[in-house]
Design a protein around this ligand. Structure first.
Ligand SMILES: Cc1ncc(COP(=O)(O)O)c(C=O)c1O
Length: 488
């Protein structure tokens, strides 16, 4: 039931006779339109549009736009899916007519400016990854994973190697096994060690000539940098396998270390996370992949090539084919390009240093309130556990997350990764001030100390809806309503 003006539909706000504009009486002579058009094409009555004034419409949409929490309105410490502030100058750049009006069917010679930008983006992503060949089209991190695994599959096939296994740690993001399964591999999940890292002995047991790829997020989803990553890469390479670095957490290591330097053979970027791009609820994203030179021939096209001063599009010789129409999500690539060019090498390094500093400060404060089971220090994020609070006070991670919305904070990720009970995964990012981080800690403290568990079950109480069935809301979202229902 929608009962505030902000959540009522335009159809519900409609009043007969209201107008946004008055037009002069038409002076176009009636030439008998109904004679000129076939009878079956003529409507019997005017369409049932809502009748409103201009301020009604403006207020409706502006109010609607404030119902969601966003990084522009609230602190948004969502772990794993880096939600960082999107600088507004990127929006200006991405809307420049010279870029927006470019049609992807234009001939390469008429499209040199756009191709130059995309070429430079390829080069910068290669440099940051420490991997020389980049393909920009994948439309999100998950698609980047799938694309890279298809590249690996084509590579092994050409070598006549029947490698069937993809291995990943238990803390892996769900898209890792999903991508491996879709690419036709068997999935092998490792138990993490007690300290949340890869168990080398267990990994060794799965390594043989049927091992294709080890997928690892580094730093991992517990916010820990894998100290044995070089050894792990060597172990994979000794049996002829490849190492895939899930780059979702690149925000912690920009300019500090590179996947290619610690043994990765392939990786994806989440440009919409690491290099900013307004995203959420599934898009829009951009997940370019970077690979070692011996995999470059299998990359999906188009790749932007440069010869002397001319840019052109090419498809690598043994390419796995297209994975996305045209050049990928160019709007997000442009924002990422602007971010990297604005900050430069030193700026990117400072981003990661500040992201890690902020996360460690927040971790030091939160660990006074609840357990942080893994690691004394973290990288860009950490995972706290509300297990003890739930046992002692009957307040769950979900209760805290929901109530935080009433305090004006977006909830952190809860119940992921699965290796932590009552997990609260928190990533503050580099742009937040100490004052904001302290206010967030104070809100959690107030929820734990001052609130009654029974009342918390109803939180949030200040949002248009409180606790939908989350599975249903994801699988069967109700995104439209019939005009008749809205009117009644
Ligand atoms: C570790 C990790 N890998 C992969 C992904 C998938 O990325 P995307 O949402 O861009 O498909 C995510 C997304 O949150 C992630 O956190």
């Amino acid at each position: 039931m929608r009962n505030t003006v902000a959540t009522r539909l335009l159809f519900e706000l409609s009043l007969p006779g209201r107008r946004g504009a008055e037009f002069p009486t038409s002076d176009v002579p009636d030439v008998g339109w109904d004679q000129l058009l076939p009878a079956e094409q003529l409507a019997d009555s005017a369409p049932p549009l809502p009748e409103l004034t201009e301020p009604d419409v403006i207020r409706h949409f502006v109010n609607l736009s404030t119902l969601n929490m966003s990084v522009d309105t609230h602190f948004y410490p969502l772990g794993s899916c880096t939600m960082k502030y999107n600088p507004k100058r990127h929006e200006r750049l991405a809307s420049l007519p010279g870029l927006v009006d470019v049609h992807p069917y234009r001939a390469d010679q008429d499209n040199q400016g756009m191709l130059a930008i995309l070429h430079e983006m390829q080069e910068m992503l290669a440099e940051i990854a420490g991997l020389p060949a980049v393909s920009l089209p994948p439309a999100a991190g998950a698609q980047g994973e799938l694309t890279a695994l298809l590249v690996a599959s084509a590579y092994f096939k050409e070598r006549g190697e029947n490698r069937t296994k993809v291995i990943f740690p238990k803390s892996a993001h769900g898209t890792n096994p999903a991508s491996a399964a879709i690419a036709g591999f068997d999935c092998i999940q490792l138990e993490d060690t007690n300290d949340g890292l890869v168990n080398l002995e267990e990994l060794q047991q799965h390594l043989d000539e049927s091992t294709a790829v080890f997928m690892i997020t580094n730093p991992n989803t517990l916010g820990l940098f894998e100290p044995d990553i070089q050894r792990i890469s060597d172990m994979l390479h000794e049996v002829g396998g490849l190492v895939y670095i899930d780059g979702a957490n690149m925000n912690a290591i920009l300019g500090i270390t590179r996947p290619g330097d610690f043994g990765g053979d392939m990786m994806h970027y989440n440009v919409h996370k690491t290099f900013t791009g307004p995203h959420g609820a599934g898009g829009p994203g951009s997940g370019p992949i970077a690979v070692r030179d011996f995999l470059a021939d299998y990359l999906p096209g188009p790749i932007v090539a440069k010869s002397e001063d001319e840019y052109s599009l090419l498809t690598p010789e043994k390419s796995i084919g297209r994975v996305r129409s045209f050049f990928g999500n160019v709007g997000i690539l442009l924002r990422g390009y602007c971010y990297i060019r604005t900050l430069g090498a030193d700026g990117l390094k400072a981003v990661s240093e500040n992201a890690v500093l902020n996360a460690n400060y927040l971790m030091s404060q939160i660990s006074k309130l609840m357990g942080v089971p893994h690691g004394k220090h973290c990288m860009h994020e950490f995972v706290a556990s509300a297990k003890q609070i739930k046992e002692n006070q009957k307040i769950s991670a979900m209760d805290i997350a929901k109530r935080l919305l009433d305090y004006g904070f977006h909830a952190p990720t809860v119940y992921f990764p699965l290796v932590v009970d009552e997990a609260m995964m928190i990533e503050p990012t580099e742009t937040e001030s100490k004052a904001t981080l302290d206010a967030f800690v104070d809100a959690i403290l107030a929820i734990i100390n001052d609130e009654k568990p029974d009342a918390l079950e109803n939180a949030p109480i200040t949002t248009p809806i409180s606790r939908p069935n989350e599975t249903q809301a994801n699988r069967k979202p109700v995104l439209r309503e019939s005009i008749e229902d809205a009117k009644s």
